[in-house]
Design a protein around this ligand. Structure first.
Ligand SMILES: Cc1cc2nc3c(=O)[nH]c(=O)nc-3n(C[C@H](O)[C@H](O)[C@H](O)COP(=O)(O)OP(=O)(O)OC[C@H]3O[C@@H](n4cnc5c(N)ncnc54)[C@H](O)[C@@H]3O)c2cc1C
Length: 303
């Protein structure tokens, strides 16, 4: 089907597309159901000389109260869903949730995706931010992906293309869009896999706010390891030491059960979140001489 410009909505509210439930509207908004829709939408934005931004599950974003300029493309592509039992790979469109990859791997008895159980969001967002938990990141299982490069070319790239590092990839610097991705797993024991997934989900429930509470996961990246240590220092520990728990600015609060979560108590503005984050960064810098860096992404108009 040719690209239908009439499906673009003007001044579209975005806050309910985010887990923080904060933020203003998109100037223009389009829901992409296929990879071709994404290609067409990007070409449309380029032809009108307006910026474009791809949103997945909205679980790692703080969208400005003034909204996002240009075209927001919502990645709803779910038409590819393939298992290769010989090679133990799973290929999915990136509009699928990360949890669908975990479920499919569990169903097939493939091991490797268990640490990602309970992480919200789409596969596209997971690749962009190299999402992970329990010492594993999506880069550990990504084999290759189909990508729309910022120059308009669609091609298959292998994982090296992404230049992955802790909670980061080239996608945070360049506006390429991942369309589908193939993950390489290993044959495992289905019962053991299911048990691990259940345990991880149960542990996460005790630490993380439930879906009814607006937040975007860990707000800050963990800190680099201390000299002689190999593991990163939890940002939450340092935040707890400066007395962050319970601190607030407007409607944005530090979660009482985990100091590295900023939550929306209902009426928080994006500016409240940013102001609270700034206070926390300054306090940690004063107390510990280290600079916290946001894991969440601020997007939209901030001046
Ligand atoms: C309760 C809670 C717990 C969380 N726990 C974890 C955790 O344990 N570990 C962890 O790593 N994260 C965690 N997160 C953060 C979040 O779930 C992850 O960062 C997730 O991978 C973001 O995916 P998304 O689809 O929601 O991305 P979005 O928030 O929609 O977007 C994030 C970035 O990805 C880009 N993007 C989205 N799709 C594509 C695409 N197809 N191609 C290119 N770029 C794209 C966007 O442009 C944006 O820059 C948590 C969040 C919440 C709310």
């Amino acid at each position: 089907m040719p690209f239908n410009e009439k499906l673009i909505k003007n001044n579209y509210p975005l806050k309910d597309l985010t887990t923080f439930r904060i933020g203003g509207p998109a100037d223009f908004y389009y829901e992409a159901e296929t990879a071709q829709d994404i290609v067409d939408a990007v070409n449309h934005a380029k032809s009108k000389n307006i910026p474009y931004f791809i949103i997945g599950g909205g679980s790692n974003l703080v969208i400005s109260d003034k909204g996002i300029a240009g075209l927001v493309i919502h990645n709803c592509i779910k038409n590819i869903k393939k298992v290769d039992t010989n090679n133990k790979t799973i290929t999915l469109s990136t509009g699928h949730k990360l949890s669908e990859l975990v479920d499919m791997a569990e169903h097939e008895g493939f091991t490797g995706a268990e640490p990602f159980a309970g992480i919200p969001g789409s596969l596209g967002g997971a690749i962009c931010g190299n999402a992970g938990a329990y010492g594993k990141s999506i880069s550990d299982i990504l084999l290759e992906a189909e990508i729309l490069l910022s120059n308009g070319v669609v091609k298959i790239v292998n994982k090296d293309f992404f230049d992955f590092s802790y909670r980061s990839s080239i996608l945070k610097r360049e506006p390429h869009i991942v369309l589908s991705a193939t993950f390489a797993l290993k044959q495992g024991n289905r019962e053991a896999i299911s048990q691990e997934i259940e345990e991880i989900k149960a542990t996460r429930k005790t630490k993380h706010p439930g879906k009814e509470i607006g937040c975007a996961g860990s707000f800050f990246k963990n800190l680099p390891p201390e000299p002689g240590e190999s593991r990163r220092r939890a940002a939450g520990e340092v935040l707890e030491k400066i007395g962050a728990k319970g601190m607030h600015f407007g409607g944005a609060f530090v979660y009482e059960k985990h100091a590295n979560f900023i939550i929306n108590k209902g009426d928080a503005k994006a500016s409240d979140v940013k102001s609270l984050a700034k206070i926390l960064i300054n306090k940690v810098k004063e107390g510990y001489g280290v600079e916290l860096e946001e894991e969440v992404r601020y997007v939209g108009r901030w001046d």
